[in-house]
Design a protein around this ligand. Structure first.
Ligand code: GAP
Length: 494
């Protein structure tokens, strides 16, 4: 398993991700995506949008503003409840996230514990500042929202914040969508965009940053509707690693379960189960190995202030199993809060039952950068080349690979023919052209960039109008007529 530090070096060297503003010394918790990274990230987002918005009849999209009034965040509860526990060193004044400090020193999970309980653990275990061994001050609560000042007059201007989650912009746009977009319950509103959190200690490369992407759906259901008409065999028979609340509390291991069993045992409601399964399948269908994924139920202590039940999808990173996706049962919390604070009705009128109600909400929430990190990390593998040298092969799914095809003339003399093939296929697939270096070197370069198929034009191509397709994962090659090439590539990629 490559460490996350070495993986960050690899990602930089191969033009996926750079520390942001590096020429000025960089800034913790901010990253820039390079030429290959931006393609992979766009493919992840486009695929998500396609699967959860374009391909469905019950979901619509929005693109909400990034800055919003303090009123929104007062109503949502973020001003009063969106805190991390900060532990400051008396001597060097370095700030630590108290739960991380305890987790790292004692290998103890303390998610959701209040400041008094954390203080007690620090004192009882005589924990010191990891930076300078100094004593730690009493824990303070630290709000994660980023304030921004609007307009020229800071004193009279409206107080505003960068959004701490994309979800709230869905809740505040909900009334406009219901009034204008002909949605009918049950329905979802989806959004992809940036969120910002003033994390005390950003770490583990892209895992915990201060600016990150989210892909979120708020799915609105009639409050009395318990049956989910969309659940089918593919969801019910889905088998996965599951870490129940009960097993965590009893210090037991995660187990393999089927979705239908946890519905039967009333651990999950049907709508919640449906969205968890759809989301889990999205990751797996785009190539993440299921042995590296698990579903973890939140313990009662760690539930967010808006949730009555949350289930995460965790990825098995080199720094442990960590959340890449969260699915909360937000009930009627957010719409009720916005109705109260704005004075505007959030009720829906249902023609069929002639009733008015505030829908309840299930929230599948995907992190863009954590999805990116897990797809890229899961794809990373090495093999020995013919000379016995270890080389990297990025086994990215062809649907998200930054480049799908590479076209190579065997030698420069064959460039005219290779250019014809390149122009023919580049309108259908993301394709790169490479003429420099030996053919072996070009294959190795393509493997490192995660290009699933390479096409080589050789001298025989001039006679038999065929080319060689070389497959990244097996390194196997086969010949195809140029007239059949597009069809063959469509088949391989889809
Ligand atoms: N609307 C619900 C919500 O925001 P969350 O669990 O706080 O819930 C959802 O965040 C997802 O956003 C997480 O599963 C993760 O993928 C991503 N995320 C949250 N904080 C992050 C951070 N500091 N850096 C990168 N991604 C983050």
């Amino acid at each position: 398993m490559i460490s996350i530090e070495d993986f960050a070096i690899f990602a930089k060297k191969k033009a996926f991700v750079y520390p942001s503003t590096e020429i000025y010394g960089g800034m913790a918790g901010f990253f820039d995506y390079g030429p290959l990274g931006v393609e992979l990230k766009n493919n992840i987002k486009n695929n998500w949008w396609h699967s959860f918005v374009k391909n469905r009849e019950d979901t619509v999209g929005i693109d909400g503003s990034i800055i919003s009034s303090q009123k929104v965040w007062e109503a949502s509860g973020h001003m009063n409840s969106f805190f991390d526990m900060l532990s400051e060193c008396e001597k060097c004044k370095k700030n630590h996230r108290a739960d991380h400090l305890i987790e790292d020193s004692l290998k103890l999970s303390v998610e959701g514990l209040e400041s008094d309980a954390l203080d007690k653990i620090i004192v009882d275990n005589k924990l010191k500042c990891p930076n300078c061994e100094g004593n730690l001050n009493k824990i303070k609560k630290f709000n994660l929202m980023f304030p921004v000042s609007l307009g020229a007059d800071e004193k009279t201007g409206q107080k505003a914040f960068l959004r701490g989650e994309t979800a709230q912009l869905i809740f505040v746009a909900y009334k406009s969508v219901v009034d204008t977009a002909r949605v009918k319950i049950p329905f979802g509103i989806a959004q992809i965009g940036k969120a910002f959190r003033n994390e005390i200690s950003p770490r583990n490369f892209l895992f915990r940053t201060r600016e990150f992407g989210q892909m979120e759906i708020e799915y609105f259901v009639h409050p009395e509707e318990k049956k989910c008409s969309l659940l089918d065999k593919s969801h019910l028979d889905l088998e996965f690693l599951f870490f129940s609340k009960e097993n965590q509390e009893k210090n037991k291991e995660q187990t393999k379960v089927k979705l239908k069993d946890i519905i039967k045992n009333k651990i999950l409601g049907e709508w919640h189960a449906y969205w968890l399964a759809e989301s889990y399948l999205w990751y797996v269908n785009l190539g993440i190995r299921s042995e590296n994924l698990r579903i973890r139920e939140h313990t009662s202590d760690e539930l967010s202030f808006y949730s009555t039940g949350t289930f995460d999808i965790d990825y098995n990173f080199p720094f442990g199993w960590k959340e890449i996706y969260g699915n909360a049962n937000r009930g009627q919390y957010d719409l009720t809060q916005h109705q109260k604070h704005s004075g505007k009705s959030m009720e829906i009128f249902d023609e069929e039952t002639r009733t008015r109600f505030i829908p309840r909400v299930i929230e599948p929430s995907f992190g863009v950068d954590r999805a990116f990190l897990s797809f890229l990390y899961d794809a990373y593998s090495t093999r020995k080349d013919e000379k016995g040298k270890e080389v990297v092969v990025l086994k990215l799914h062809p649907k998200i690979a930054p480049m799908q095809i590479a076209v190579f003339p065997l030698v420069n003399k064959l460039q005219d023919k290779a250019r014809v093939v390149f122009s023919e296929i580049k309108s259908c697939f993301t394709t790169t052209y490479d003429k420099s270096g030996s053919i072996g070197r070009r294959y190795a370069r393509a493997d490192e960039q995660g290009i699933p198929y390479c096409i080589t034009i050789d001298f025989d191509s001039l006679e038999d109008h065929s080319v060689t397709i070389r497959e990244r994962d097996s390194a196997k090659q086969h010949r195809v007529k140029i007239s059949e090439l597009k069809n063959e590539l469509f088949k391989l990629i889809n």
